[in-house]
Structures are given as structure tokens and as C-alpha cells.
Design a protein around this ligand. Sequence first.
Ligand SMILES: [Zn+2]
Length: 638
Amino acid sequence: MLLLHLAAIAALASASPISSPPQANATERLVIMSWDGATDWVVDRMLKEGKLPNVARMASGGVAAQYLIPAYPSKTAVGHVAMFTGAWGNINGVTNNSVPLLPRAEHTILQSRSGFDGNSMMAEPLWVRAAVEGKKVAALSAAGSFPPDPFIEQIKAKGGDPANFVQFSGFEHQIMAASTKTEFSAQAVDNADGWPGAPQSRRYRQTSIPAGDGRIHILIYDDPNDPVDGFDTMLIRSGMTTQTLKPRAAADDIDGWAGPFKVREGDLLGHAWFRLFSLSPDGKNLELYRGKVSGLRGTESPEEIERYLDAYGNFHDDSFFNYTGGMLGPTLWEGGNGEAERRLMEIVRLDCHFLKRQFDYAIQRWNPNLMFVYTPMSDSAGHVWMGALDPNRQGHDKALAAKLWPFYEQVHVLQDEWLGHVLDRLGPTGALTLVSDHGMEGISKTFYPNAALAAAGLMAYDGNRIVPERTKILTPPWSDFFLVVHGTDWKGGIVTPEQREEVLKAATEALLAVRDPETNQPVVTAVLRADELSHLGIGGPAGGDLYLDLAPGYYPSSRASQVAVGPSRSPIGDGVHGFLPFRRSMHGIFYAYGAGIAKGAVVPGLRQVDVAPTLAHLLGIGVPRDAVGHIIGGVFRR
Ligand SMILES: [Zn+2]
């Protein structure tokens, strides 16, 4: 039975269009590291300037692809799932960060769920193929891998051992959003009752904050050994844990952090970390940042999750949008002096520190053959800053860009240090692949396709509510780059197969006719038909019928709007992605290094669907069942 199965897999692998060389070195461990939103031109520029020594080490001692061609739309869920399955969205079902509920006949065109939900994935991912073939997999942070249940079912159904698949995620269960406490409330108490062994002080103030099912207690006092006259020291207490904090400006280290404090909510467990950026001597004003507390879930028992979290530190506290919201102080473009950005860098630095501990623990605990690790930070940094940094954006502010660029660089430098930590620990039979899901581009304006369709009578709103019975085609709420015909294949659909062509033509005309009232220039530069361009991986049951390319500076939105063109959100322009994969700005990265990998080789631009077949070959397992990508021979050592 097993032999038969392996023979079938071998047949599948040899059916690949590119014949692949035999492997000289067995790759016993492969780490797939994803830097979300790491943009090829940014990484190239930093490499040239010598600022990413560990990526450089991969390039000189391993393989660098000139760039990685993303899936379309070039989005996080879409790109990762294309890399992990070797198939595009028309096959793997992950066509956007949200996807429709299928089958169409049983759901309306407005029903959707997250594209990151494992139930949205219709193709076999690497982690299933590897686990079925007896490899131990640790998916510590892998887009699309939660909940693990559908994958465990697949592994069982294919005769594999589900214990081979270890999986965690903290994205789905937030216990507490990050926050900054800025004052002691009126209920704060001026004594140290309830603080056994509290230090000697002339004055105290204490309060407590809710934390999951419990509370975390905070005491400030005047430390007689501290030269500051007034409140200068803080104690934080939860359960058996008490830690001391001193107010301290942002620094290039993580010494100012207190934690972890365990936070439980029902059966969820997360970690709270605190950072006291300032404290006024009168004790009234402070800046006490508490990072996001995420509850971890996955394949493992609550006891195992607790041990893992203790060793790891904390799941990602991605605070970039809190920063733009003012949580860390005024930003550089709001008159700040850089302190908010330096605080943000401390948060990224702490996350990268945790990622090193996560790797060390996972290696000794599970000794995996295949490990998935990830950071969202490079993507979030691009979203908040690329509007200012992109030299091609109209209205680009050179002076602001010069101030922000060093911080954007620092995010990559910190990630590079994490990469170096992992490279140092690969051993003689280990290999690492560094990838990204998409690039980033700056824009200033939002395009609302549905406003143009409504004006042409092709869809209807009642206020902001879509009226399905009067909608022939639309950009549904789960899409932005593509339009979907409201055909009779959908539950409640109204367009018959005979009417389809007419609707597609009318929508194409309506979109191409849109002009920006400020410039009188067209906004939509091309309308692509999925049925004519299926090699792009577009269309399919979860995909659209018409896909958009827009003039530089515009980004599409499915939100309701009175006007077809409006401003984008950020005053400095927004960093975005999703555009056609041929745009230089959308290109991602691919590097490989270690056992079985060629040394110092450059391969041409790879497609995301080539990643899974190539890595499967490296690991000595079959290509994922639904893959359409190639095994790229130039990656391997000869
Ligand atoms: Zn993104």
C-alpha cells in the first residue's frame, strides 16, 4: 500500500515539465521563512548598500531568484496559499483575503469568509503532503493553516499520521488589543495595600486594569534610591508575577520591557508585555504601552501551548496601525520628533527576539523536517510608510521620505538578524527559504468600481446596502480587484448564461469610461477577462469574471461610495498591494540556502506556484497534488 502510494508520487514528480537533477545532499530540515510584504526593489537596494548581511549570505552561499512573481490579486492570503500549494487561486480557492462561500448554488454572492481560514483552501498544501509522507511539520505561523482540522482530516484520509502536523496560530483569537494607558484614573488609590513587601516610599498610587478573566495590578511609587523627586518607579503584578519598570525613552534594546504576564480568557491563554515610556513626577500622566494579547490555538494541548508560549514569549504584536492612530505619540508627519517611530521599532525588535526563541524551542521540542515561520512587520511598515516612500507616487514628499526611510530599513534589519539566528542553527543537513507574498506601492486615491456600475444601472444600492435582486455585476464585499457576474449559478442570481456576455460588455465600457474629475484622465487602464486569461490563475469558482488594472496612484475598493474616485485614507499616501503581478513594485523575494541548494546561483524570476514543487523536491517528497508550478532545477546543488 505504502509502496504503491510512493510510486504514484514519483510518477507525479517525474511528470513535471522540467527534469530535475538527483540530490547530492539530503535536506533533512527545511525552514520556510516569510517576510510579509518584503518588496523586491527594497531588498535589492538594501543588499546593494550592505544593510542585510544575512540575506546577502543566502545570496552568495545559496540561490537568489531575480524576483518572485506573485499571484493576482497580489495579496497576503493569495500569495502564501499559491506558494504553499503550487496552484493559483482558480484552483486553490484562495482568490483574495476574503473568499465567497461555495458552492455558489447554495450561497449568495454576498456571503464570505476569511481567505486565511484553512477551510477556504481547496488544494493540497505542502504541510499535508509532507505529513502524509512521514515528515514532521511545525507550522508556527503559516497563512491558511488555521484551523488545522481540515488538514488533519486530509492527512488521515491519505493514510498519514496526524501527529506529524504541529500547528499554531494567534491571529484568530485576540484577547486584548494593544493600548497605551496615559493617566491614573480617579479611582487610583494612594497607598500600597495589597502589595506585600512593597518598597519603602513617601507616596504610592495604585490601580488595576482588566485582563481577560482577571486583572493586572499597577503600583507607582517614589523610589528613595532614584534621584527623581516624585513618582519614578512602577510595579506590575499579576498572579505570582511582579516586575519593576522605570520610565525610559525608546532605545535600541529590549531592556525596558516587563513580562510576560499570563492572561486567560476561557480556555485561551496569551501573554501581556508592558513598556513604560514616560511617567510624570506627580503620578498623573504616564505612557504605559501594553502590547496585543493573542490567544494561541492549534493542534496541541493547552499544556503544550502554555509551554510553547512560555518559551516563545508572545505572538506577533503588530502595532503599526496603532502607531498611525497616535498610540505611540505623534508621528513624524504630525510634528513628532521620531520618538513614536523609535518606540515602534522597539516593538518590532521585541517581536524579532521572540521569533528567535520560537525557533530554538520548536527545533528542540519537535525536531521538524519542515517548519513555517512568518513576520507581518515588513508588510505593515509598507502599508503605513510606502505612500511617503514610493518615489513614483504623485505628491511624493522627499523630505518626509528621507526621515521615514531609516525606520523602514530598520524593520528589515531586525528581520535580517532573526534570519541570521536561524541560518546559524540550520546545521549541515538544514536548508532555509526566504520568501515574500507580494511587494508594495504608494497610492493617493481610491477607485470605487461599484459606484461606476451603479451609475450605469448594472447594480443597485439602497443607501449603503447592495440590492441583490437589481444587481447584475459587482465588486462583492469580499473582492476589490475583480468583478463577479451575479449569474444564476449563485443562489438568488439574476443573470442567465444568455445575458452574461452583454453584462460583461456593459461593465467593461462603464469601467473604462471612468475619469478622475481632478485630472480628466482614465482611472481603469485595462479590464481583463478571466475566461480568456486563465493562465494568470484568475477566475475559478471563488474568483471573478473581470479583473482591473488601474492607472498609477489608484487602489480599488468595494465599499459603497457616491463618487467613483475619492482620496485614499492616509494623509501621506497609502502603501498598498494587489496589482497585476507584472508591476515591478509588486514583485516579492525568493532566496534559498543550505543543504541541497546550489551555491552562489542566480535563477530568473520565479512564480509563486513554483515554490511548493521546488521545495517538495528539495525535501524528497512528492509535489503537492494540485500544483501547476514547476520544479526549478537551478535551485539545487549538482
Ligand atoms: Zn499587506
